[in-house]
Design a protein around this ligand. Structure first.
Ligand SMILES: *[C@@H]1O[C@H](CO)[C@@H](O)[C@H](O)[C@H]1NC(C)=O
Ligand SMILES: *[C@@H]1O[C@H](CO)[C@@H](O)[C@H](O)[C@H]1NC(C)=O
Ligand SMILES: *[C@@H]1O[C@H](CO)[C@@H](O)[C@H](O)[C@H]1NC(C)=O
Length: 434
């Protein structure tokens, strides 16, 4: 046993300790802190129709705008994908195996189809395990989905009244880009007018033809020949050309600076707030790991537009935006993914000016123009937003009720006392003079 051995043993010891701590550190260099997902509902019946529509509304068992069984299956699949990605370790073991209310919160717009999509999604995400099984033959457990009335929701529901926005949208419709588009497509629009029976077809209502035919084609109603055919000598069919119009319409609606702020900006604000609260351990409860938002194609385009990563293409059914917060060497980074096809893994998007893994402070800095300071005020609503006026009504009604009850109580009290004074059986006082 020479000094040489002792020395090399010491070096070995130091090295192995170093290696060990390094490997622990290496495991830790990139881990998930928070996940937020926004998805569009699944397959639905058309929300509207057009005068010459060959398919009658009555073919839809639940009427217009409703999630179909196909839509339920699509969302069940997306739920299974999320389970794989965030529970089963492909690639993350992040959320608990079983549903935990202190880990995940699900919000939806107040539409049948988005609520039902969220429930279908959760059936795939969290089939009950172990002691969560409450009925042996049923691989489903109730999980809450939160919602609020549409007129109080400008975070997930994009069609709320906002005068400033309306003004800018009207301007966008009058812009050179749209004028040029309309001039170039004049022949296409008059063709659509002739075929659909709409007196006027423009970039604003093309979707009513496209969406209706698309929904019908998903349910074994063949497309009319005029829609399936190639448009003139272009490379697109009439359907594809209408779809492109739809994408352009979303772009005009949501992807201008003011539009970003007043439409997708509110959800982006909520998403950023959650990430900041996660980092500062101020989320309530602090154990929260996932926020899920069930909404519409409009919400998805507006949200992507607010981050300036919208691809001008109609978000398909179950299109899903994932905003992941990763700790990379202990520094929080944002990763945005967009799943717009069931055929493959979601695309990783990088917001302009940042890498795919974007440091949170930089992400906030780069998106700050899209974040409204005060949505109600910026919309020019003053106190006119229904949320506020409803609040006022409740306050006024409550005060009136208190005043009324006080008056009645006083009158009853006075009468009762008079009766007590003239009667020796106080307990039955009110009944004795019959
Ligand atoms: C989600 O629902 C919860 C509970 O109702 C609510 O506190 C929260 O503000 C909602 N989030 C969004 C983005 O609507
Ligand atoms: C389509 O046809 C028109 C008229 O025949 C012609 O002017 C135009 O260049 C053609 N476009 C393409 C893409 O071939
Ligand atoms: C899906 O999104 C990616 C990224 O924006 C885009 O490149 C691709 O064309 C989209 N695919 C479809 C089918 O919309």
């Amino acid at each position: 046993m020479g000094v040489a051995f002792q020395r090399s043993f010491l070096i070995f010891l130091v090295l192995s300790v170093l290696l060990q701590s390094w490997s622990v550190y290496a495991d830790d260099t990139n881990h998930l802190l928070l996940v937020q997902a926004l998805y569009r509902h699944g397959d639905r019946s058309p929300v509207s129709t057009f005068p010459n529509d060959p398919v009658s509304e009555s073919v839809w068992p639940q009427g217009l705008g409703q999630l179909t069984q196909k839509g339920m299956q699509q969302h069940y699949k997306l739920g299974q994908y999320l389970r794989q990605r965030y529970i089963e370790g492909q690639p993350y073991k992040f959320l608990s195996e079983a549903y935990k209310k202190n880990e995940i919160m699900i919000n939806s717009t107040d539409y049948d189809r988005t609520l039902m999509s969220a429930y279908s999604n959760l059936a795939g995400f969290y089939p009950p395990k172990g002691d969560q099984i409450w009925k042996t033959e049923l691989k489903w457990q109730p999980i809450p989905v939160h919602t609020k009335p549409l007129d109080m929701d400008h975070v997930l529901y994009m069609d709320n009244y906002c005068p400033t926005y309306m003004k800018h949208y009207a301007e966008a419709l009058n812009s050179d880009v749209v004028k040029k588009h309309e001039a170039e497509n004049a022949e296409f629009y008059s063709f659509l007018e002739e075929k659909s029976g709409f007196p006027k077809v423009s970039i604003e209502n093309t979707w009513m033809i496209y969406d209706t035919l698309f929904c019908e084609s998903q349910h074994n109603h063949a497309l009319p020949d005029w829609a399936a055919q190639q448009w003139k000598n272009s490379s697109l069919t009439v359907m594809q050309k209408m779809a492109a119009n739809d994408g352009l319409q979303f772009d005009i609606k949501y992807d201008h600076p003011v539009q970003r702020r007043l439409k997708g900006g509110s959800l982006l604000k909520a998403v950023i707030d959650n990430m900041q609260m996660k980092v500062t351990s101020t989320l309530t409860p602090a154990t929260m790991k996932a926020f899920i938002y069930s909404a519409h194609d409009s919400t998805v385009s507006a949200f992507l537009s607010a981050m300036q990563v919208f691809n001008k293409r109609l978000p398909p059914y179950t299109a899903c935006v994932l905003v992941e917060l990763h700790a990379v060497n202990d520094i929080p980074h944002v990763k945005v993914l967009y799943g717009n096809s069931t055929a493959g893994e979601p695309y990783v998007l990088s917001i302009p000016g940042c890498a795919e893994l974007c440091p949170l402070p930089k992400f906030i800095e780069l998106t700050k123009e899209s974040i409204p300071d005060d949505w109600v005020e910026e919309c020019g609503l003053g106190s006119g937003f229904p949320k506020l006026s409803k609040m006022h009504i409740i306050i006024i009604a409550s005060i009136s009720a208190v005043v009324l009850v006080t008056i009645i109580a006083t009158i009853v009290g006075v009468i009762y006392r008079r009766k007590l004074n003239s009667n020796f059986t106080p307990y039955f006082g009110l009944n004795t003079n019959t």
